[in-house]
Design a protein around this ligand. Structure first.
Ligand code: NAD
Ligand code: IPM
Ligand code: MN
Length: 366
């Protein structure tokens, strides 16, 4: 059988730095008989610099035809004033939209060794294990009309929140399916008190629950109250399902429960392909971190854990994914810290590559 194929898009800023460490993990699996056919291409500002577009049609085509895509991060101050149509972020949004990656899984797990790093009290975050499912291909990110228009003697900026019933239904099903494999609880978040799209969201999630998943415990919460509850007592949640914009914000918030944005991986999943694997893109939740790019301070764990999610969700390799998770747990328990995880007395930070190498060593010893 052919090797599974992987397209790597390192992107900008710390993207290529953390991806270098992921390559070490991939290479290590290669020495153990699990070989991937890896190709690499440009995305974001790097693609804009080379081709004048943040994602070429050729790269889009490659992404459509591999078993999984792994992306570092896109964006940076150098590109902030570009026209919207060629901004680095548009490259990522095009991948999500054209691959139809509607379910974005963003797990927030607090490793024991990092329970002191959150800005919240240790007992609030210790043992935390929640999964945010963010709708990723619709909502205000893509709704029409959008743009900056002139109205009378001033300009008006317009974006449109828009959800169809089927878009809500399919991401709700993803949430219920996942909950069945976890603690069997889903909390759906919207603002049905002020938005019609929120009313529809609540109605459809409830209907899918009642018709297809009555065994799963379902609750609804307004997204603003959800943000408050996530900081008050996050362990009350198992799976949270929410729209594109609320999911973007709530998952950054959840990241800080785990100690650092540099810890949070994600999987963006779409419909099954002919080979049964879902269309999939894996990426850390963090961005290109221009403030620390080139300094060796980037934490590669979010990107390495994103590869572990690829093993789990694309390659039926749950045991190997567990092994990567355990290797990360081990190096953290051993006291290794990148600069974003400092705070303990007398601890000197390790560099991005030292962290990557330690994780590979822990894998080899496992
Ligand atoms: P960011 O996530 O890049 O950085 C926020 C803060 O977290 C910074 O202080 C950064 O140093 C720190 N940080 C992030 N990842 C880290 C890591 N792995 N290790 C250590 N510290 C880390 O968010 P931002 O500053 O708001 O955005 C910067 C650029 O990245 C923007 O152009 C934005 O559009 C883009 N961005 C891209 C993605 C993506 O590619 N998926 C996600 C978010 C932001
Ligand atoms: C994320 C990022 C992206 C988003 C940007 C870079 C398009 O913040 O993946 O969370 O807003 O979805
Ligand atoms: Mn974000």
């Amino acid at each position: 059988m052919a090797n599974p194929s992987l397209l790597i898009l390192p992107g900008d800023g710390i993207g290529p730095e953390v991806m270098t460490e992921v390559r070490k993990v991939i290479d290590w699996f290669g020495t153990r008989g699990m070989t991937f056919d890896v190709s690499e291409a440009l995305v974001g500002g790097a693609a804009y610099d080379a081709h004048g577009t943040p994602l070429t049609d050729e790269t889009m085509e490659m992404a459509q035809n591999v078993d999984a895509v792994l992306l570092g991060a896109v964006g940076g101050p150098k590109y902030d004033n570009l026209d919207f149509s060629v901004k680095p972020e548009r490259g990522l949004l095009r991948l999500r939209k054209e691959m139809d990656l509607y379910a974005n899984l963003r797990p927030a797990q607090c490793f024991d060794a990092l329970a002191d790093f959150s800005s919240l009290k240790k007992n609030v975050v210790a043992g935390l294990d929640i999964m945010i499912i963010r709708e990723l291909t619709s909502g205000v990110y893509f709704g029409e009309p959008r743009g900056i228009f002139t109205e009378g003697n001033e300009r008006v900026g317009i974006n449109t929140q828009r959800y169809t019933e089927s878009e809500i239904a399919r991401v709700a099903r993803s949430a219920f399916e996942l909950a069945r494999k976890r603690d069997n609880r889903v909390c759906s978040m919207e603002k049905a008190n002020v938005m019609e799209s929120g009313v529809l969201w609540r109605e459809v999630v409830q209907r899918i629950h009642d018709d297809e998943y009555p065994d799963v415990e379902l609750s609804h919460m307004y997204a603003d109250a959800g943000a408050m509850q996530l900081t008050r007592w996050p362990k009350q949640f198992d799976v949270i399902v929410t729209d594109n914009l609320f999911g973007d914000m709530l998952s950054d918030l959840a990241a800080m429960l785990t100690g650092s944005l540099g810890m949070l991986p994600s999987a963006s999943l779409g419909l099954p392909m002919a080979n049964g694997r879902p269309k999939a893109l894996y990426e850390p939740v963090h961005g290109s971190a221009p403030d620390i790019a080139g300094t060796g301070k980037a934490n590669p764990i979010a990107c390495i854990l994103s590869f572990a999610m690829a093993l789990r969700y694309s390659f039926d390799a749950g045991a190997e994914a567990d092994r990567v998770d355990a290797a990360v747990e081990k190096v953290l328990a051993d006291g290794l810290r990148t600069a974003d995880l400092l705070g303990e007395e007398g601890v000197e930070p390790v560099t991005t590559s030292q962290m990557g190498e330690a994780i590979v060593a822990a894998l080899a010893a496992s």
